[in-house]
Design a protein. Structure first.
Length: 392
């Protein structure tokens, strides 16, 4: 059981009155305090202009770094605001000093945008890509991963929770492997941040990227990047501006000494204010109670789905998240999504184009993705299964 006040959390989420929102892995619902923080800043911009509004928001904008430092157990100087999770991950990856012949080690369940970047840089720089296989549970085989490490392995890059299923990859164990071999470790925490505790010291990653719109319940168009101070001096951002660097004289410049070298001067200020409010909201609730609640609801949903005729739960792994994926005999995932939407139930569909290696290995083309959060209820999981099973 958890100590979360579900009635209060649902009151902070007015859409719960009419909508069963099981698409939190796509974009969650902003709680009222987050929504209000964004609106208040936009109203201020309308009233006094963007520059003066940003000046007035300075305390919240500075607390952004302290809030994320508390969320991830790092120093505020190791946090950068970036416009979205993909751009944050790209800024980290493309800044690494990789050269021809260097090898990237990843996993079968890696996210499409990340793997496209691997392929892009493999073509551009002559890099090599190694993919660690899965074990019998479906998570990465740690022993096989370590055996793939060679003298040219320069980067381990994985997605903590894949977009296409409930699997939680063993991030801490992978961090131990990376440290043993002195290899840079980049973790995509897009789906894990906000639904479970993340401690970068325990994980042992050098770089971690994430978004605001998913389980953190922040506004769209917001993201962040953690960059360990141990690695910062080795990273050359793919592009910079007057915020990321200082023009010291006519022909020289100096990069920001901390993670802000990955930021832009121009940004969505209302979004930064809103994301800061979302992190503070999550910290107030506590990430352990959040994880317990999400796990409870997701396990309940998987159990109920498994009892429905023709339904197959497709989640893998020893540890599972709030993402629940399934297929149903005789009904395509897109048709299921449309039928659920007509009943005011929100889900999404994951396709092979986002997970070529994972889905290709499993012979899947599409799955329905239902992702729960702490403000959802057991009654909603029951209604979900009743609607899903209403059509043979």
């Amino acid at each position: 059981m958890t100590n979360l006040d579900i009635a209060r959390l649902r009151a902070d989420t007015p859409a719960c009155e009419k909508l069963i929102h099981f698409n939190n892995a796509g974009s969650s619902l902003m709680p009222t305090p987050v929504y209000q923080a964004v609106l208040d800043h936009l109203a201020l911009e309308q009233t006094i202009g963007g520059y003066d509004a940003e000046d007035k928001a300075e305390p919240a904008l500075e607390d952004f770094y302290d809030a994320f430092a508390a969320l991830l157990n790092c120093h505020r100087s190791e946090i950068a605001y970036v416009e979205n999770a993909t751009r944050a991950w790209d800024m980290a990856f493309y800044s690494l000093p990789l050269k021809e012949g260097d090898r990237i080690l990843t996993v079968e369940a890696e996210y499409v945008s990340n793997f496209l970047a691997f392929l892009h840089q493999a073509r551009r720089r002559g890099l090599e890509i190694d993919v660690a296989p899965c074990d019998s549970s479906g998570q990465v085989d740690l022993d096989a991963m370590e055996r793939l490490i060679g003298p040219k392995t320069r980067l381990i890059a994985i997605t903590h929770i894949p977009t296409q299923g409930g699997l939680v990859n063993p991030a801490e164990e992978i961090g131990k492997i990376a440290r043993r071999h002195g290899i840079t470790y980049l973790l995509d925490a897009c789906q894990s941040v906000g639904q479970m505790p993340l401690d970068v010291q325990k994980i042992g990653c050098d770089l971690l990227s994430g978004t605001g719109r998913k389980f953190l319940r922040g506004p769209r168009g917001t993201g962040f990047l953690y960059v360990s101070k141990k690695i910062i001096d080795r990273l050359d951002p793919p592009f910079i501006d007057l915020h990321a660097a200082t023009w010291t004289d006519a022909r020289t410049f100096k990069l920001s000494p901390d993670a802000r070298r990955f930021e832009n001067w121009e940004s969505y200020v209302a979004g930064r204010v809103g994301l800061r409010a979302a992190v503070r909201y999550a910290l107030e609730l506590g990430l352990e109670p959040i994880r317990a609640r999400v796990t409870l609801l997701a396990d309940r949903l998987r159990t109920d789905l498994a009892e429905l005729p023709g339904v197959t739960v497709q989640d893998l792994g020893r540890v599972r998240s709030g993402i629940v994926t399934f297929t149903k005999d005789g009904e395509q995932p897109r048709d299921i999504q449309a039928r659920l939407r007509a009943a005011n139930i929100g889900v999404s569909v994951s396709s092979k184009s986002s997970a070529q290696l994972d889905f290709g290995r499993r012979g899947l083309s599409q799955v329905v993705r239902a992702s729960v959060h702490y403000f959802n209820t057991e009654e909603e999981t029951g209604t979900f299964c009743k609607v899903l099973g209403s059509r043979a």
